[in-house]
Structures are given as C-alpha cells and as structure tokens.
Design a protein around this ligand. Sequence first.
Ligand code: RB5
Length: 148
Amino acid sequence: MKIVMGSDHAGFSAKNEIKEYLINLGYEIEDVGTYDEQSCDYPEFGSKAGRMVAQGKADFGVVICGTGIGISISANKVKGVRCGLCVNEFTAEMTRRHNNANVLALGARVTSVDDMKKIVTVFLNTPFEGGRHQRRVDKIAMIENDQL
Ligand code: RB5
C-alpha cells in the first residue's frame, strides 16, 4: 500500500518519525515535502498530498502541520479528498468507518508522536462501513461537483 506524506515546517520532524514507522511496517511512502524546518506554507503540501490521492497515485495520505487544521483545510480543497483531522484513535476509526476519509491530518503541536503512531495505525487498518454512510459521502461529492 502506498502512502503519500506531506507537512509544513511545524510537522517536519513528526513526518520523519511517522514515515520511518510506516516504512518499518512495510508501507511504501512518497514524501512530497517539506524537507527541512525552514518556514514554509502548509497549503502547498496539503494540496500536493491531496492531489496524489485524488489522482489515484497513492492509496492514502498523511499530512501534518502545527495544529493539523491548516493542512487539513488545504487538502480538503482538492476534489475527491476527504481529509479527517484526528486527535485520538476514536476519531481515526470514525473518520474511516463513517467518512471514508482518504487523507489523515495530524497536529504536531497537539499530538505526541507516540499517539500519532497509534492514530495512523487505526486509520490505515479500519474499513469504510458503507451503507447509510455511503449516501452521506455521496452528498459530499455533490457539494464538490457544485462548488469546485
Ligand atoms: C505554522 O506556524 C502553523 O500556523 C501551521 O503549522 C498550522 O498549525 C496551521 O494550521
């Protein structure tokens, strides 16, 4: 399974640690940056990671900024992306089961790397439930078709 990862400077260190963790678990990782701690703008990396998922070039995305908020908003502007900002294993499970999220956002100034490892593991191992949730996800796509 291929995972695309992106972060700004605030998420750079956590991205490296989560990347190593996922590689050790056998995932293929594409890192779209940023590649150092120099100040940069999260929309660039949220949209790059989001585009790769939307284009089918990666199965899932993991994006990290300071709070996770800016980079999740940015990823969600890409048509076809459903990015969930998760703060614990419960929200990670629910955003897969109910929202069929294809990108996970994390906040490096909010969540420890140890907790991120637990969250990303749940995210990547939880299936979408479908059923009534499919109807709701379809309605999100209708908003995209209308607005984007
Ligand atoms: C960078 O200082 C910070 O604003 C960014 O990482 C993120 O938290 C924005 O939502």
